[in-house]
Design a binder for this molecule. Structure first.
Ligand code: AMP
Length: 420
């Protein structure tokens, strides 16, 4: 299958060629003809599958002669960072055509954004909150033809259902809706019933599955050794670019301080950082000025870093589905990647929940010098409760787990911390 066979016009084919895309990805092969036929779509596509091109290429083709007379398409994104990336992708695809895009995100002056709309625009890429504000200021969407909800599951997890419910009714009756979601949660299904008309379902990967090209591994370690282990893995394996996930802002800040003590160049992205700061950090990471980027789930959503080879889960996410999003940052568009999870005694049941969601076992090992202390026991009330919950579903659990050791012949490499 070639892009040409999908019916794309020459200026788009040229742009795609310049970007180095050889052939359409599965989601592109399936979605592009449907978008051209003006069908509603419900697609479960993970990050890295090429979904942005899947909805934007046919959109650009359809609106290339609109001359920015009126707003023809609205793309909603859960985060500002993802919105910025979508706009950049569209600009790249439309570089040989006359298409006007506009980014509507908070943090930018609303009056300037209003003026930009008046100046003419074909495609708006917006975060839900700012789009509602613009609608309240009488932005005219009466000519809209395509409404895209990108990463809809994340938008709902972030509590944007109210905004979507405000935006949807002001759109013209006969618009086309394209809903993309990495996971197939109940919330997304409910929303799809509200906003989609006779949608065509596209499932490009197994439900909630992780990308096949990613090597996944979990290292068992005590809580207080996680930060040193993280620094050791990055240092000893010479990771050039690694994204490290934490569950909270507090642990992100803590980890950054710890990694800096080991002499690593680290940046952090979380909800307390200003948008300008987040974008600056992301640019530094992309340019290789920062080797390690520590991020929380929400802040990291939508980051598109090409060929990201490593992801470390310093802490497992609260929601198992977020594991899929996190590891989707690596192994993008068919490339190989490695996702490492650091698991302490408090997370040994969480990883089972993740394994159920992804439908595969994650190998568990220890690293020499960082083996968990067998005398440390988790003795809180949750332990008893969790144990009994997991026993119900986990009939064949072996009595005692023996973890494979890695680096058994190698000595642990010393770090700057050891020298202190
Ligand atoms: P997305 O899932 O839209 O975030 O895309 C993930 C990455 O894949 C982006 O860096 C795109 O530039 C890239 N990409 C999209 N389509 C293709 C393709 N057909 N061939 C190679 N790379 C692609």
């Amino acid at each position: 299958m070639s892009f040409k066979k999908l019916g794309l016009i020459e200026p788009l084919l040229l742009a795609i060629q310049e970007l180095g895309y050889k052939e359409p990805t599965t989601i592109q092969q399936r979605a592009i003809p449907l978008v051209m036929q003006k069908k509603d779509i419900f697609a479960t596509a993970q990050t890295g599958t090429g979904k942005t091109a899947a909805f934007s290429l046919p959109m650009i083709q359809r609106f290339r002669k609109n001359n920015a007379q009126n707003i023809k398409a609205l793309i909603l994104s859960p985060t500002r960072e993802l919105a910025v990336q979508i706009e950049q992708d569209i600009k790249n695809y439309a570089k040989h055509l006359d298409i006007k895009t506009l980014l509507l995100v908070s943090g930018k002056d609303i009056n300037t954004q209003r003026k930009n709309i008046r100046a003419g625009v074909d495609i708006i890429i917006a975060t839900p909150g700012r789009m509602v504000e613009m609608i309240e200021q009488n932005t005219d969407l009466s000519h809209l033809e395509i409404f895209v909800l990108d990463e809809a599951d994340r938008m709902l997890d972030m509590g944007f259902v109210k905004e979507i419910r405000k935006i949807h009714p002001v759109l013209p009756k006969n618009h086309q809706t394209l809903l993309f979601s990495a996971t197939f949660s109940d919330k997304v299904r409910k929303l799809s019933k509200l906003i989609l008309k006779k949608p065509v379902f596209i499932e490009t990967s197994k439900k909630n599955s992780t990308v096949d090209t990613i090597n996944q591994i979990a290292y068992m370690v005590d809580t207080d050794k996680k930060a040193p282990l993280c620094a050791y893995l990055i240092g000893s394996r010479n990771f050039e670019q690694v994204l490290v996930f934490t569950k909270t802002k507090q642990s992100a800040d803590f980890l950054v301080d710890e990694l800096k003590k080991d002499g690593l160049k680290v940046g952090v992205i979380h909800g307390d950082k200003t948008k300008a700061n987040r974008l600056k950090t992301l640019t530094q990471f992309r340019e290789g000025k920062i080797k390690v980027l520590v991020a929380t789930d929400i802040a990291s959503r939508g980051l598109d870093i090409e060929e990201l080879p490593y992801v470390i889960n310093y802490e497992l996410p609260s929601v198992p589905e977020d594991y899929v999003h996190r590891v989707g940052r690596t192994g993008r568009a068919g490339r190989t990647g490695e996702a490492i999870s650091l698991i302490d005694i408090y997370e040994k049941y969480d990883i089972k929940d993740i394994e159920k969601v992804i439908g595969q076992k994650i190998p568990k090992e220890t690293v020499e010098g960082f083996e968990p202390d067998p005398n440390i026991r988790r003795k809180d009330v949750d332990e008893v409760k969790l144990k009994s919950e997991h026993k119900k579903t986990d009939k064949k659990r072996p009595a005692k787990k023996v973890y494979k050791k890695v680096n058994s012949t190698k000595k642990r490499k010393t770090t700057k911390r050891d020298a202190k």
